[in-house]
Design a protein around this ligand. Structure first.
Ligand SMILES: Cc1cc2nc3c(=O)[nH]c(=O)nc-3n(C[C@H](O)[C@H](O)[C@H](O)COP(=O)(O)O)c2cc1C
Length: 236
């Protein structure tokens, strides 16, 4: 059975749009037969990386910090698919940044030159073969997520596993008033999750439905600017 470890990195946790998109995606994975473990990064106590490379050159494969990352290392080693759900926050929420830095102990420090870059691999006892990004944003264009996509895709390349693609929802809050479109998007997220487990990949058509525009760029910009003017008590 495919085992999935999903991290929800939203600071708003259950109230966030990240949860809606991620949970639909995970439902699809579950329907396709995967076993899901979902963890909220904000609920974990994960200290920043000490940066002294002990996990690479002294106690190889171990982190000396006794915090919630220790449980997560066990789960990471046992998972086939690692889902990172990260809202774009210029670029990342702090809890997720700490968690990503702390992945170092499960990376084997044997460096090689691959695809024009210095890369490593996960240690042999780590089962993960795919990393997926699920990301929501507040602004109009999906290119707003480019920084987060590059970070997660870069991690997958650095550790030698497949980046299965970004599942992206820009101006996610507009889903609240576009109920039909919201259903279509969440259905597509379910389908994407099921496709990944059953077929090993998500179709471009399905991902396009998830990231479709729900409003014009100009209208969304006006809406934000009106909110600001109202808060500031000005009309211009
Ligand atoms: C510090 C911060 C920075 C943000 N930067 C961006 C951004 O660069 N691009 C974007 O599209 N949305 C940005 N947003 C909006 C969030 O991505 C959006 O509100 C998203 O819905 C948050 O996830 P959540 O609903 O799970 O809380 C930012 C939000 C915060 C709080």
């Amino acid at each position: 059975m495919t085992k999935v470890l999903a991290i929800n990195g939203s600071a708003r946790m259950e109230k966030g749009y990240t949860k809606r998109l991620l949970n639909a995606f995970l439902e699809g994975m579950k329907e396709a037969g995967a076993a899901i473990e979902l963890v909220y990064a904000k609920r974990l106590k994960i200290r920043p990386c000490l940066g002294d490379f002990q996990c690479w050159f002294e106690k190889v494969g171990e982190c000396i910090q006794a915090d919630d990352m220790q449980d997560l290392y066990v789960k990471l080693r046992e998972s086939d698919i690692f889902v990172l759900a990260i809202p774009v926050y210029l670029p990342l929420p702090g809890e997720i940044q700490n968690l990503l830095n702390r992945l170092m102990p499960i990376v084997e420090p044997v460096l090689e030159f691959r695809d024009g870059r210095t890369r490593a691999r996960f240690h042999d006892d780590v089962r993960i073969s795919k990393i997926v990004l699920v990301s929501v944003g507040g602004w109009w264009e999906k290119e707003n997520m480019d920084s987060v996509v590059r970070i997660v895709e870069g991690i997958a390349k650095d550790v030698g596993v497949e980046f299965s693609g970004p599942v992206i929802r820009p101006h996610a809050f507009v889903m609240d008033r576009e109920k039909d479109k919201s259903e279509e998007i969440l259905d597509a997220a379910r389908r994407a999750g099921a496709q990944l487990v059953r077929e090993g990949r998500m179709s471009a058509e399905t991902l396009d439905i998830i990231s479709q525009p729900l409003v014009s760029e100009e209208d969304l910009r006006d809406e934000y600017n009106k909110m600001y003017r109202k808060a500031k008590g000005t009309t211009h």
